[in-house]
Design a protein around this ligand. Structure first.
Ligand code: SAM
Length: 293
């Protein structure tokens, strides 16, 4: 707040209670830290998501926060700003198609290969709906194919948001969250009531391991995967970062591997490492240097 005897004009504000310079600093920080490109007119989004951090970090306004977060140190503040600025929108069996593709095409092909172990990566798992939906599909597959030779399926689920990951690890959801994609039949099979909420059953949870990962960082510690779900996250990044992540995912895919993107996403124009494979059940992407069958 300006003091009575302080006659300096306030910095020009571009809305949302943050100056143009403060907004520039914040967007620069975000893109550098986690790749998220905010664009020119998201001052109100920044304001609504970051205001609550001011009191907690003893900062007078968003400009002070922008200066502090873009400076050296301040690891806790950096983490909290990234956490607050991620969009964790998700739902169960999102778009339907990718899960049918998994059930009807990918898992049968992997079963034919008789691999003892199959690794699936949910690369921006948000609050857990995506990896748990994958785990439920695996469970369905096993139930529909008794005596199946499908190897042991393990799902690695990663995200940058500690808040989303904590909810994902807990695996407990309210009725409204379940209402977004869970049929009563699936609910009765794979969830159990817990204190007025719904908990994912232990056998579905047991297949999923959660960990924090920034997609800007190396994937080397994760090993190789037969299947990668990277859905509805590349949209937040610059063309250059999309290409970099897609290239590194091609290296993280075992051969043959399956990359499943969001319904409006494609590697075209960002990475030339993939070819599209169309199936009756939908589309996936395979690195060009992998065999077709
Ligand atoms: C819109 S959600 C998509 C969730 C899920 N994949 C789906 O399709 O429903 C995007 C997720 O990407 C995560 N995210 C954003 N930037 C990231 C980064 N640099 N590294 C890892 N995760 C990131 C966010 O935290 C958020 O949970």
């Amino acid at each position: 707040m300006l003091k009575r005897n302080d006659h300096r004009p306030p910095p020009p504000s571009t809305g949302g209670g943050i100056s143009a310079e403060g907004y520039r600093r914040l967007t620069h920080f975000l893109e550098k830290q986690c790749g998220i490109v905010l664009g020119d007119n998201k001052q109100y989004l920044v304001s609504s998501r970051l205001r609550r951090l001011l009191g907690e970090f003893g900062l007078p306004d968003l400009d002070a926060l922008a200066r502090q977060v873009d400076g050296p140190g301040q690891q806790d503040l950096k983490l909290r700003v990234v956490d607050a600025m991620t969009t964790n929108e998700t739902l169960w069996f999102r778009d339907g198609g990718p899960y049918r593709l998994l059930q009807e095409h990918i898992l049968p092909e992997l079963e034919k290969r008789r691999l003892p172990a199959i690794k699936i990566w949910s690369a921006a798992c948000s609050t857990g709906q995506e990896p748990y939906s994958i785990s439920m599909v695996v469970e369905e597959y096993k139930a529909r194919h008794p005596g199946s030779r499908l190897g042991d399926v393990r799902i690695t689920a990663t995200d940058i948001s500690p808040t989303a990951l904590a909810q994902a690890r807990a695996g407990v959801y309210d009725e409204a969250a379940l209402g977004r994609g869970v049929t009563p039949e699936i609910r009765d099979k794979y969830f159990q009531p817990q204190d007025g909420l719904w908990a994912v059953k232990p056998r579905i949870k047991a297949r999923v391991q959660f960990m924090a990962l920034n997609l800007k960082d190396s994937f080397a510690r994760l090993g190789k995967f037969q299947v990668i779900f990277c859905r509805n996250v590349l949209i937040y990044f610059s063309p250059q970062l999309k290409g970099d992540i897609l290239d590194r995912m091609a290296d993280a895919l075992a051969s043959p591997g399956y990359l499943v993107l969001g319904s409006s996403e494609t590697p075209n124009n960002y990475s030339d490492r993939y070819r599209m494979v169309r199936t009756r059940h939908g589309v996936f992407y395979r690195p060009k240097d992998h065999p077709d069958d």
